[in-house]
Design a binder for this molecule. Sequence first.
Ligand SMILES: Cc1ncc(COP(=O)(O)O)c(C=O)c1O
Length: 353
Amino acid sequence: MRQKQSEYMHWAKTASRARFNLATSGVGSFPLCELGALPPLEINGDNSYGYAPLKRAIAARHGVDEDCVVTAEGTSGANYLAFATLLDPGDEVVIEHPAYSLLVDALEYVGAVVRRFEREHDQGYAVDPEAVRRAVTPRTRLIVVTNLHNPSSALTPDSVLREIGDIARSVGSRVLVDEVYLDAVYENTPRTAFHLGAEFVVTSSLTKVYGVSGLRCGWILAEPGLARAMWRMNDVFAATPVHPGELLSVAVWERLDAVRERSRRIVEADRKALGAFLDRATRVSAVRTEWGTTAFLRLAGGGVDEFLAKLRAEQETSAVPGRFFGAAECFRVGMGVDSEMFAAGLGRLETAL
Ligand SMILES: Cc1ncc(COP(=O)(O)O)c(C=O)c1O
């Protein structure tokens, strides 16, 4: 029987909230009223294979041709559409561990045989090309990484991604890079990995770093032939996108830098608070980054589920259990929503520790 649900997503929707909510992954919601003058809305539009102004905005931002852009419902929809197009049942896929579990769930649902390569806590969760090489076989059709890494926010440099591209090419595989957190590198933001070679496919959205999750503005960057195949696959799933969502998304793209800057201050203040907390904390360790909206903390001695239950019951504070990423000794905290709440939550975490 194929798995037809996600334990993590159900938990995130029904059980993650608390008065001091450290279980978030993206920045706080961007309110419509801050968008300024709204575009004229219309219900239906010319969007059989995507709305041209939206595809143009995505293409221009990434320096790619419009033919390489496929729009999708969030990065979730983008990942699923990419997997469904690229893979047949029984194809091997190599994906990082720890990983965002929805990626694994979606791969298993499309019938892929999933193999893992380790990103080690003690190595800063860096992608080790040798570990990838060991996991790849002649049957590998896709290698999947997140950049930034969810849960740790580790950044993979282009030099390493190129090596992954070389490994993929050697067996006729592609590389899918989920870049939903990449724009949370606020200084010297890296270019999309799409430019690194023809084997690269990239997914992303305006959800985590921009706070406009409700628009579900996601996309895939793929070479034109593959992009066309994805549009044809999408005919099977969703026919056409929600047009008012496309119109509002274009309005966000027109003000994208301002929308991103709005939460940067909160993310950076939270990171400072997290750094000070980690300086003091004795039972937890984390890989520190200067970017990203999440951090993955390892609890010395384990017992994370019991600890988080106590944290919730006694301190009204939540965080994401590491078991959802396949790392039961860790838990994830999220930045970028409300600095006062975040600092208070860290204080309560410290008390619980
Ligand atoms: C790595 C990764 N990809 C995709 C998603 C889903 O993004 P979206 O809300 O755009 O569907 C998440 C959400 O947490 C994520 O962490």
